[in-house]
Design a protein around this ligand. Structure first.
Ligand SMILES: Cc1cc2nc3c(=O)[nH]c(=O)nc-3n(C[C@H](O)[C@H](O)[C@H](O)COP(=O)(O)OP(=O)(O)OC[C@H]3O[C@@H](n4cnc5c(N)ncnc54)[C@H](O)[C@@H]3O)c2cc1C
Length: 390
């Protein structure tokens, strides 16, 4: 299978994570999915391998990994356990804004233990009335004390579909000072699990990545000091958007891994399964399907690495990360669906992993921006680039 060139160092990283995933994640992945159970020990194992803070600068306590190298990590995790890959991706997504916008004090208190994997992060943007239209959030932040120098804020409202909750310890929460004022009124806050008034509501019952929890967050008069505001008042929307590109590259890489795993499983099955006097792989119709699946995996990986390399060069990544996430999640969905087809009835059985790949792939077309939203982003960039408006 075409994988593209890797340096010796990258090959070593890939092989190390591949071996870790086979040893630690693969054995219980189906059972955890079945039981909808998150195993916190696995997060600790990821931390021990240095992955919980890997794509952050060494100067702030991260692992110093390039984003290109990070895609190798995520591809290997996604190939074995998409639920754990998403959990780690969200943990990194919760840290990126802190790394970029946090004060030295916030780095020490909030970021450092997350980089080390002692605390798990969550990114809380979505609300019952605000998904794709994230600027419409209503979770209300009221200033406490004087308007120009507030001593803190009181948070009131609800978030839904927050991955890693209720397991996570640190929540990056986006709230508005004025629900009628749009993006300009949004601010970001750091909230620790256990803060009075901050409780977990309904656990989402999901189609896929069932071993990664997602939950409703309820804020009933939660008071946070100003020291827990990330960035300035009104910078929250920019802060939220600033890290989504990186998160999309990360998910694209995990989807590439999932698609690769589905393809490999299907190819092995078809080589063993006999029909019409030989293995299924002797049938040209089957070979064409495998080739097309392979094409989609290679395209997903190529776009994902191109987006990661753009990020490593410090270039804008809005378009590249949207193209990568949209392409890779669609590839994961269609390759997993074809894998189920090639397994026949065995693919429809919960005894084989391909039905889990199919369920796990679907969510990736929805979270980190739906693939319709990515079409909007790509079209905007295209038209702007051609000088035809935005
Ligand atoms: C497994 C999972 C994990 C998640 N984890 C998190 C998390 O950790 N943190 C978090 O904040 N959120 C999380 N989410 C929420 C996710 O970000 C939202 O579901 C997503 O942004 C879409 O919002 P929505 O569900 O409200 O759909 P809506 O925005 O209501 O969209 C419904 C449909 O309309 C389409 N649509 C909307 N607007 C347009 C448009 N302008 N043009 C064309 N089509 C449009 C959408 O593409 C979609 O198909 C998660 C979701 C899932 C499924």
């Amino acid at each position: 299978m075409f994988e593209g060139a890797l340096s010796d160092e990258e090959r070593l990283l890939r092989d190390t994570v591949r071996e870790f995933a086979a040893r630690e994640l693969a054995p219980g992945a189906a059972e955890r999915d079945d039981q909808e159970r998150y195993d916190r020990r696995l997060f600790a194992a990821l931390a021990q391998l240095g992955l919980t803070g890997a794509p952050f600068a060494e100067s702030i306590g991260g692992g110093g990994l390039s984003y290109r190298a990070w895609t190798l990590v995520m591809e290997e995790l996604g190939a074995v356990d998409m639920a754990m890959a998403v959990s780690l991706s969200v943990h990194v997504l919760a840290q990126s804004p802190l790394a970029r916008w946090g004060t030295a004090e916030q780095h020490e208190r909030w970021l450092a233990p997350m980089l080390r994997g002692e605390r798990m992060g969550a990114f809380a943007l979505t609300e019952p009335e605000a998904g794709s239209d994230a600027a419409a959030i209503r979770l209300h932040a009221t200033r406490l004390g004087p308007a120009d120098t507030p001593r803190g804020y009181r948070l009131e409202g609800t978030k839904i579909w927050i991955s890693n909750a209720p397991e996570a310890d640190h929540y990056l929460v986006f709230a508005t000072l004025d629900p009628a004022a749009g993006p300009a009124a949004i601010s970001a806050f750091l909230v620790a699990k256990g803060t009075p008034g901050f409780v977990f509501g309904r656990k989402e019952r999901k189609l896929g990545i069932r071993a990664n929890p997602a939950s409703e967050l309820i804020f009933r008069g939660v008071e946070v000091p100003t020291a827990q505001r990330l960035g300035r008042e009104g910078e929250g929307y920019r802060i939220a958007l600033s890290s989504l590109g990186e998160g999309r590259i990360s998910i694209a890489a995990a989807c590439t891994g999932l698609a690769r795993a589905a393809l490999e499983a299907a190819a092995r099955y078809c080589a063993e399964r006999r029909a019409f006097g030989g293995p299924l792989t002797a049938q040209q119709g089957v070979r064409f399907m495998l080739a097309e699946m392979s094409q989609r995996v290679a395209a997903a990986r190529a776009l994902t690495r191109a987006a990661a390399e753009a990020k490593d060069r410090g270039e804008p990544i809005a378009e590249a990360s949207s193209l990568a996430k949209w392409t890779a999640s669609d590839a994961a969905m269609s390759v997993a669906s074809d894998a189920v087809q090639l397994f026949g009835a065995a693919g429809y059985s919960r005894e084989n992993p391909v039905e889990r790949y199919l369920r796990d792939a679907k969510g990736a077309q929805i979270y980190e921006g739906t693939n319709q939203v990515h079409r909007l982003i790509v079209a905007e960039q295209l038209l702007r680039g051609l000088g035809l408006g935005g």
